[in-house]
Design a protein around this ligand. Structure first.
Ligand code: ADP
Ligand code: MG
Length: 561
């Protein structure tokens, strides 16, 4: 009919779909987890919207997810009666990928010829709805937004275009029908039209989903007659509300994947409960890798807020400071109003108290990991260290705890980073300061002329290469009472008394030359002086103690200042 329009997928979407159609991901079962996860989100959203908007013409009497199999047609349908999508939402949410980091991911995928690495990248990114094209050669989505009258049918084979059509008689919510690729005759495990297979997958990946996942199953009775009955496949237990010894590792992992949209396992799980004046439960996770959008201003944050099992919001920034934005999970606070706004949350005294507790707990967990599981901690710090260091600028209450977590490269051992504590323990007799150098890379720093005197004296120098380093060392100023001092700034006093006398004599000898050079170079430098810094280079340029360092200067220049 003329109501059917054919539209093109956005370029990035098309490329990702190609990867799915040609299935570079080996665990195809997870397509079902993705669909159930979307259905569950849609039910959460509808419940919340209907509580806030009493006028919403929506049916919330029996919110659920339904799975339906047609063996002859080889189709599997996942249906929910949740929020649904308007036509424009379908085009925007299904036809394009808004996730930041998409272009970067695709670039990396093109570069890597190694299948394992590609899988890992796809896994980190999470392809959501598109995962259906690993198992289906055609997907139909029928949806009607709660409160609206008309519905939308969307259809695609995953090959560049999709069709979209207005329909009059769609039920509230969304149903996604997969036309399954031909089954591998050998492979019963992955035949998604068999009850047993579906049951296994739901149990494994979606058991904790808070809405019933129903399926009609056939049973043959003793007299040979078949009866059918509707069964609920999941236990629906809110994981965070259970006690720790009732939850096993696999359940935690799957829950993490649901809340984080990550396909990889978490690095660490934190399950805690607050009692007393303000009751809450928290189930938090530290991911095993940084998301692609960690430094993007619009990047997704991690913690969801629930009130007594009711989903309230994603990305609850009031619960986690910026420098812990990679922490994922759920906080269920018992005494909040259901239609609390983000703005009010930021001001709420109790929420602030919960946030303080959560931050302390995360930092304490990291401290334990650092001592008890050094390898694991190394992974953590490599992925998230640059973000955690932002806390040294933001969170004055926890400066000590964060400094304890910091690992930095150092001239002491090219292969191993050091802690500030270990640096202090190795300081030489008479060394009062902690020396550091900032720059773009280790090799640049090591080859800088500033390094020569320190190398000659055998002083260890910390090598700081993250942009944030420059700022926090200034702000924090000292560790354990020892000033943090840049080797590129001001007079660094590395001389013994004897050397000082010698230098004084030299200064006299060279006085005339120096004042002549100062005159000649007056436009470019403030002063020309003799230095004990250098051993092999004839001269170098240094900043004043209060000047910007070269990296900082470059950073500001890049920012157009
Ligand atoms: P993600 O879930 O990570 O956002 P998906 O690819 O799984 O990515 O889904 C994209 C978007 O499409 C979702 O964020 C949601 O807005 C919308 N969507 C998908 N499935 C449904 C559904 N069953 N009901 C309503 N909206 C849906
Ligand atoms: Mg999803």
């Amino acid at each position: 009919s003329d109501r059917v329009e054919t539209l093109e997928f956005q370029a990035e979407a098309r490329q990702l779909l190609q990867l799915m159609v040609h299935s570079i991901y080996s665990n195809k079962d997870i397509f079902l987890r993705e669909l159930i996860s979307n259905a569950s989100d849609a039910l959460d959203k509808l419940r919340l919207e209907s509580m806030i908007d009493k006028e919403l013409a929506a049916d919330v009497s029996d919110l659920h997810i339904e799975l339906e199999v047609d063996k002859d047609a080889r189709t599997l349908t996942v249906r929910d009666n949740g929020i649904g999508m308007s036509r424009d939402e379908v085009v925007r949410l299904i036809g394009t990928i808004a996730k930041s980091g998409t272009a970067e991911l695709l670039g990396k995928l093109r570069e890597s010829s190694d299948a394992g690495a590609s899988q890992e990248l796809i896994g980190q990114f999470g392809v959501g709805f598109y995962a259906t094209f690993m198992v289906a050669d055609e997907v139909t989505l029928l949806t009607r937004r709660a409160g609206e009258s008309g519905g939308t049918r969307w259809e695609s084979t995953g090959e560049g275009t999709y069709t979209i059509e207005a329909v009059d008689d769609a039920p509230q919510g969304t149903s996604v029908t997969l036309h399954l690729k031909p089954a591998d005759a050998e492979d019963n495990l992955h035949d998604y039209t068999t009850e047993w297979t579906i049951r296994q997958i739901v149990k494994r990946y979606s058991d904790f989903i808070a809405w019933p996942i129903r399926m009609t199953v056939e049973r043959s009775g003793e007299d040979g007659a078949t009866t059918s009955e509707v069964q609920t496949l999941n236990s629906m237990k809110a994981l965070w509300a259970r006690s720790r010894d009732e939850v096993d590792e696999a359940e935690y992992k799957e829950f993490y994947k649901h809340v984080s949209h990550d396909w990889a396992d978490p690095l660490e799980t934190i399950h805690m409960r607050g009692e007393g004046t303000f009751e809450y439960e928290a189930l938090l996770f530290l991911p095993s890798h940084a998301p692609l959008d960690m430094f993007a201003p619009q990047g997704r944050r991690g913690v969801q807020l629930y009130v007594k099992r009711v989903f309230i919001m994603d990305d609850c920034d009031a619960l986690m400071p910026n420098y812990l934005r990679f922490v994922k999970g759920v906080v269920d606070a018992h005494d909040l109003s259901l239609n609390i706004s983000r703005e009010i949350l930021q001001q709420d005294r109790q929420i602030r108290a919960v946030r303080r507790r959560l931050v302390k707990k995360v930092l304490a967990t990291l401290k334990v990991m650092k001592t008890a599981q050094a390898e694991r901690y190394r992974t953590f710090w490599t992925e998230f260290g640059a973000v955690v260091k932002e806390g040294l600028l933001e969170d004055a209450d926890n400066t000590e705890a964060i400094l304890d977590l910091v690992q930095v490269a150092s001239t002491h051992d090219p292969a191993e980073p050091t802690t500030l504590r270990d640096y202090v323990e190795r300081m030489k007799d008479g060394q009062g300061d902690i020396y550091y150098a900032t720059g773009e890379s280790r090799s640049m720093i090591e080859n800088s002329p500033h390094m020569e005197a320190f190398r000659a004296k055998g002083y260890e120098v910390l090598i700081l290469t993250d942009p944030v380093d420059e700022v926090w060392v200034e702000r924090v100023g000292q560790f354990d009472g020892k000033p943090l001092r840049s080797i590129a700034k001001g007079e660094v006093d590395l001389e013994t008394d004897e050397e000082k006398e010698k230098a004084e004599a030299e200064r006299k000898d060279f006085a005339e030359l120096l004042s002549w050079m100062s005159g000649k170079l007056a436009d470019s430098v403030k002063e020309v002086r003799l230095s004990s810094r250098l051993t092999t280079s004839p001269a170098c340029v240094v900043g004043d103690a209060h000047d910007m360092t070269p990296t900082l200067e470059k950073m500001y220049r890049a920012m157009g200042q």
